[in-house]
Write a protein that binds this ligand. Structure first.
Ligand SMILES: C[S@@+](CC[C@H](N)C(=O)[O-])C[C@H]1O[C@@H](n2cnc3c(N)ncnc32)[C@H](O)[C@@H]1O
Length: 329
């Protein structure tokens, strides 16, 4: 499987096509709330129509959407960039006064934005810039930020609950997809379920492969229950079990044939690959104390002389680092 830059870009593009506003759709309905929202309210408060904002790794644009909500009367000009291709459906129903002030740029990397020197008065990123090559993107951000321009970032923290959940998700998806694992065992029983639904019970009873497939599937389901009982974040297991159970139910009711079940199963496997890749990226790019210190040092050395970071908590979980700085030229 290709796990390089293009695979990451394509996985994020598929995620944004699902219509999620941000990458924590499971944690926040609507836009970011609580401490994350409060951080951005403070960062956006000084902005006016003369300002120009860059949002790095924008996804479907939760930060531009928040700006529309908070600064509709004096909306700054916003450039929202992402390596992937965002699909911000919300933009179409946004009043023209805001919509016309926002430009999304797909396939645009933080390391090489293509914007003119010193053009932004605020560079922002919510769980975005840390996914880039920070050495190169810091140089680029320093180049495009205006004198006295501000930097405001929320980046993933290696000890956050989000990183713990992502870590668990990678491990559990690997368990689900392992040779002889639940996904493989489930795929093997769909044809037999379809036979049962067609009333071919005698043929089924006489087929030792059917009995073996059923026993292996049942054993895998029992293993899942045992594994889940010991997991702090078992959601990936329950979600997979639920999707498999829904396909089996549809097969038994005759609402789905074996080919349709196999196709749905293949889509499920692809979705698990994408979810694993996104979680693995989160874990790989989250900053621990030393990584955050390195990042701050490189920001200070690039002209953000007052760059500083603080852990950000939301109800009561650690959800990231908040990072602020001012560009002095
Ligand atoms: C965790 S998502 C965050 C998206 C959005 N800011 C949010 O809060 O929902 C990270 C985003 O960063 C993008 N990304 C990854 N590497 C990047 C890079 N080098 N330059 C720009 N965007 C990048 C990904 O495509 C993805 O859309």
């Amino acid at each position: 499987m290709n796990t390089g830059r293009s695979a990451r870009r394509d996985a994020w593009t598929r995620f944004w096509q699902t219509g999620a506003l941000h990458s924590l759709a499971g944690s926040f309905q609507g836009n970011y709330a609580g401490a994350i929202r409060a951080f951005w309210e403070a960062a956006f408060a000084p902005l006016g129509a003369d300002d120009r904002v860059l949002d790095i790794g924008t996804g479907n644009g939760p930060l531009p959407a928040l700006l529309c909500e908070l600064r509709a009367d004096d909306m700054p000009q916003v450039d929202a960039i992402d390596l992937a291709s965002p699909d911000p459906a919300w933009l179409a129903s946004t009043p023209a006064g805001c919509r016309n002030r926002i430009r999304f740029h797909s396939g645009r990397a933080a390391e090489d934005t293509g914007f003119p020197e010193a053009c932004f008065t605020l560079v922002a990123s919510q769980y975005g810039i840390e996914y880039s090559d920070l050495k190169r993107s810091v140089t680029e951000v320093a180049r495009i930020t205006a004198d006295r321009g501000r930097l405001a970032l929320v980046v993933h923290h290696a000890s956050s609950r989000l990183a713990q959940v992502a870590n668990a998700e990678v491990r559990l998806i690997d368990w689900l997809g392992a040779p002889g694992g639940l996904m493989e065992r489930a795929a093997a029983i769909y044809p037999y379920m379809a036979m049962a639904a067609r009333g071919e019970r005698e043929r089924l009873a006489a087929d030792p492969d059917a009995a073996r497939a059923r026993a292996a599937f049942n054993a895998a389901m029992q293993s899942l229950d045992r594994l889940a009982a010991g997991e702090a974040f078992p959601d990936a297991l329950f979600d997979a079990r639920g999707q498999i159970a829904a396909r089996i139910d549809a097969l038994i009711r005759g609402a789905m044939d074996a080919d349709a079940a196999a196709a749905a199963h293949a889509r499920h496997v692809d979705a698990l690959h994408d979810a694993r890749l996104r979680s693995q990226e989160l874990v790989a790019h989250a900053l621990d104390e030393a990584g955050c210190e390195d990042f701050l040092r490189s920001l200070r050395g690039s002209g953000f002389t007052d760059a500083r970071a603080a852990p950000l908590h939301h109800d009561p979980h650690l959800v990231g680092w908040s990072i602020l700085g001012t560009r002095i030229r």
